[in-house]
Design a protein around this ligand. Sequence first.
Ligand code: DHB
Length: 397
Amino acid sequence: ARSTVGIVGGGPAGLLLARLLHRAGVDCVVLESRDRAYVEQRQRAGILEQGTVDALRGCGAATRLEREGLVHDGVELRWDGRRHRIDFPSLTGGRRVWVYAQTEVVKDLIALQLHDGPPLLFDAEVRQVTGAHQERPVIHYTHGGRDRTLVCDWVVGCDGFYGVTRRAVPDGVLRTLEKVYPYSWLGMLADVPPSSDELIYAHSPRGFALHSMRSPTVSRLYLQVPNGTDPADWPDQRIWDELDARFALDARFARDGGWTLNRGPVTQKAVLPMRSLVTEPMRWGRVLLAGDAAHIVPPTGAKGLNLAASDVVVLARAFAAQAADGSTALLDAYSDTCLRRVWRAEHFSWSMTTMLHTDPDQSEFETRLQLSQLDRIAASPQASAELAENYAGLPIG
Ligand code: DHB
């Protein structure tokens, strides 16, 4: 088979790219190694930046998001028994974020793709991508028990860090820059209404905690835990007691707003490692990388999905320009254009992570630096605006 663009991976990056290309009249095929149920249930983040929502709207994929997504105009920070709210619209010229789970974005995009889109194949296992520097690179995959090939003009790897597309690029061409953190997250879903209208990011001597949500009846919670933690060591009672301890406010701040953490059955628990990673460049010949195939951020600040979305927005524009007048200028600039934004998000995710988590080897000196930075954010609209602009997302350049 033949296609202008072959997309490896049917996660949010691959599916959004396919929609954007479909809209632009560029033909493509999406190959996903897993089955539909797996892709639709894979738990990931739930915060969409303004730019991601705009991209979904632009390709007609925001109908259910408009109905069910929760618009958030701010987040709360907690530290040292204190609380401070960051207001996005007033600090960013009107930008805001949406709480709408990645699982739902993926379901919406799959439904559209299967309805009127170019081919999306599940259980299509890509074995190899060859010919990155030939006129026509080839994707070799297995589907329905048969070995097949897809001959393309361009191959886009949206198949994550462990995907095969990265391997089409020889060692020595790709540079990987990486930082691993000495802690993980225990991520939980609980059948209980959120205890706050907005997300709460808490610094505490016991470690970081995050209160988020998935819907008016489902809470999403995270606790910093040591690397290698077994979720079985965290029964419900221990989870709720620990969250209570880490979100605790002192009496002055507890009065207004009357905070109580709602408890309920925890329905899912998983441990997530934390790392920062960037691959440079994001293009090699006719193979381009997007999303987690090219970069990873630690989850703090919820940039991963949004970064994947901005990569494919940039890429779709480049393919559209090439289809319109044959110019490869935007494709040639793809890696540099994306990497500027990637490094901004890497810095923001790292700074949120290191400001809020307790390194097991941390000295009292380092703790005081963290608390000073949190105090600074609370005291200064400029410092708050720096956080708000990065969190709500910079415009896709
Ligand atoms: C969520 C995850 C994050 O990493 C974050 O910073 C905010 C929210 C979430 O899954 O809801």
